[in-house]
Write a protein that binds this ligand. Structure first.
Ligand code: ADP
Ligand code: MG
Length: 318
């Protein structure tokens, strides 16, 4: 399968008054055309930072200090802002946890669609843009009449769908979804996940699905990347990660979930908590919590072991 995005040795810092938050520390990640990659880990592990880095939408004072993000072979880290602007939405789109923050309460839905479309295609007429928006809504099972409403007139589930419509209207090939269902109740969440699954075929999408909820990942992801303390612990096919987790952190995450089909609040059931990324532990960032830590784990950052589809960064496999 074709690689559409390749992140190599990415480092992201937030310089703050008490030091530097090392939110992403040497991450490698590859996304292949048409797959859903689940990115999981407890909160504070750097998942959103990684997601936002891809489109260089980091909140200040975040900065990419090292590494490459190759999108179809072109490095987004070094790309001119102008060029990046045309990629956003058009080629790579992002949806977030809370649709209200990305929909403007003051404007009708159709106006927001038309503006998005016109930003990327100034020549298009209002009528054509409206038609395009209506088509997208239809593909989401929403009556085009809803375009005439304001965000507050809609349910949370409907707003979430509208937001995905907005993300898809420019026909991107990569969708980054950061905790897209956190604000939805369980039934609406299930419908939304079905929809996402359908859209991925319909639009031939590659999806980076960021979530702390392993149940969602189990339902949707082809492959899974487990992040901990700004680093990748383990990557592999979803079946392998769930069926045979290798990294002690992955094992802990899975063990803390009695039934992964259930919706879980933030995962805090494992002993201890993720490291302070201003002063991350030396060696393996997980060693202070690891039941199987050895001497080397306290001193040296684990290398990536394994091959092809299964990579684990843990000295147990060295
Ligand atoms: N704007 C910011 N300023 C300072 N630190 C930040 C900012 N955004 C995130 N961080 C820090 O970066 C680390 C990773 O956060 P985040 O990427 O949000 O993790 P996750 O999405 O896995 O919950 C955390 O330590 C967080 O406090
Ligand atoms: Mg997050």
């Amino acid at each position: 399968m074709k690689t559409i995005l390749e992140i190599k040795n990415l480092h992201v810092h937030f310089p703050i008054n008490i030091g530097t938050v090392r939110a992403v520390q040497g991450v490698d990640l590859e996304l292949r055309q048409g797959e859903v990659m689940g990115l999981v880990g407890e909160s504070g592990c750097g998942k959103s930072t990684l997601g936002f880095s891809i489109l260089r939408l980091l909140r200040p004072p975040g900065e990419i200090v090292e590494g490459e993000i190759l999108y179809h072979g072109r490095d987004l880290v070094r790309m001119e802002e102008k060029e990046l602007l045309s990629l956003r939405g058009n080629n790579i789109s992002m949806i977030f946890q809370d649709p209200l923050t990305s929909l403007n309460p003051l404007f009708r839905i159709d106006e927001q669609f038309i503006e998005t479309i016109k930003t990327h295609d100034p020549q298009i007429s209002k009528q054509e843009a409206f038609k395009k928006a209506a088509q997208v809504l239809e593909s989401l099972g929403i009556s085009p009449e809803r375009l005439l409403e304001y965000p507050h007139q809609m349910s949370g589930g409907m707003r979430q769908r509208i937001m995905i419509g907005m993300a898809l209207v420019l026909d991107p090939d990569l969708l980054i979804a950061d905790e897209p269902t956190t604000s939805l109740d369980v039934i609406v969440e299930a419908q939304f996940l079905d929809l996402l699954n359908e859209l991925r075929r319909q639009y031939d999408l590659t999806i980076l699905l960021i979530t702390h909820n392993l149940g969602i990942v189990a339902q949707l992801a082809d492959r899974v990347t487990v992040m901990y303390g700004g680093t990748i612990a383990e990557t592999g096919k979803a079946e392998s990660i769930f069926g045979n987790p290798l990294h002690p952190y992955t094992q802990g995450l899975l063990a803390s979930i009695p039934n992964i089909k259930l919706d879980q609040p933030e995962l805090h059931t494992m002993e201890g908590s993720p490291p302070d990324l201003v002063a991350p532990p030396p060696g393996c960032v997980f060693h202070p919590r690891c039941p199987r830590a050895m001497d080397i784990c306290k001193k040296e950052r684990p290398k990536a072991f394994g091959k092809d589809d299964r990579i684990v960064r843990c000295w147990l496999y060295g």
